[in-house]
Design a protein around this ligand. Structure first.
Ligand SMILES: CC(C)(COP(=O)(O)OP(=O)(O)OC[C@H]1O[C@@H](n2cnc3c(N)ncnc32)[C@H](O)[C@@H]1OP(=O)(O)O)[C@@H](O)C(=O)NCCC(=O)NCCS
Length: 201
């Protein structure tokens, strides 16, 4: 179940200070210089001071990891993960990204939401947050949006470019559109080769 919270915890100041440092470092690291191969690995090494990031993972320019409220949840990124340019990952609710996951340019991943159902000022109402797991070898297409209502993107799942995902996605499912719906599943019997491109299915 998503968790609702409103009150600032007692450790708010220390959380705010560490979040400022995390974001400041990320702004420095989004300097294009850090996208040069080799120098990029220095960037990953620095990011590992703040987040658990597996071996051979690449994080391209303009990627931001942000926690929006003083809720200490982890961001765990597996091995051989590729996170492309300008991806924004909100890990307020906590995120675990499996090995071999790809996240294409400008995808947006949110794990917190504002409850603004009454006519009171929005800032006086609660937020809710929930954790998200992205399974091994999943692929989130360019400009896809993962909403905070999603708890799980299954192993090997594919989210089509520009899709808006509002619900959990099962293992191997390929989903597209807004709201994203399953079109088919990746199959162990189907091989994609240059002679048999996916569009000729
Ligand atoms: C989801 C995806 C993997 C599906 O690929 P595919 O299995 O080859 O699907 P097809 O191209 O055969 O398309 C099947 C149908 O879905 C539609 N479709 C495909 N991708 C779509 C998308 N992202 N949004 C909406 N509709 C989509 C097609 O128009 C087609 O519709 P039709 O049957 O009415 O003609 C692919 O379209 C996609 O979005 N890839 C991500 C691309 C990307 O982000 N690249 C960044 C590289 S870093």
């Amino acid at each position: 179940m998503p968790v609702a919270s409103k009150d600032k915890p007692s450790n708010y100041t220390s959380w705010a200070m560490s979040e400022i440092v995390r974001r400041f470092v990320q702004i420095i690291l989004s300097w294009r210089l850090f996208s040069i191969p080799g120098i990029n690995s220095i960037k990953i090494a620095i990011l590992r001071l703040f987040f658990k990031i597996g071996k051979k993972t690449s994080i391209l320019n303009g990627v931001y990891f942000e926690s929006h409220h003083a809720i200490k949840k982890p961001l765990l990124i597996g091995k051989n993960v590729a996170i492309s340019e300008k991806v924004i990952i909100d890990y307020t609710g906590g995120i675990e990204i499996g090995d071999e996951v790809w996240i294409s340019p400008e995808a947006l991943i949110y794990t917190h939401d504002h409850i603004a159902l009454s006519r009171d000022l929005k800032r006086k109402q609660n937020i809710r947050h929930s954790s998200l797991t992205i399974g091994e070898d999943a692929w989130i297409g360019a400009r896809a949006i993962i909403l905070p209502s999603v708890r799980k993107i299954g192993r090997g799942a594919i989210i089509g470019a520009g899709s808006v995902v509002t619900q959990d996605v099962g293992d191997w499912e390929i989903v597209i559109g807004n709201p994203a719906k399953k079109i088919w599943e990746r199959s162990e019997f189907k091989k994609t080769t240059l002679d048999n491109p996916p569009s000729q299915k």
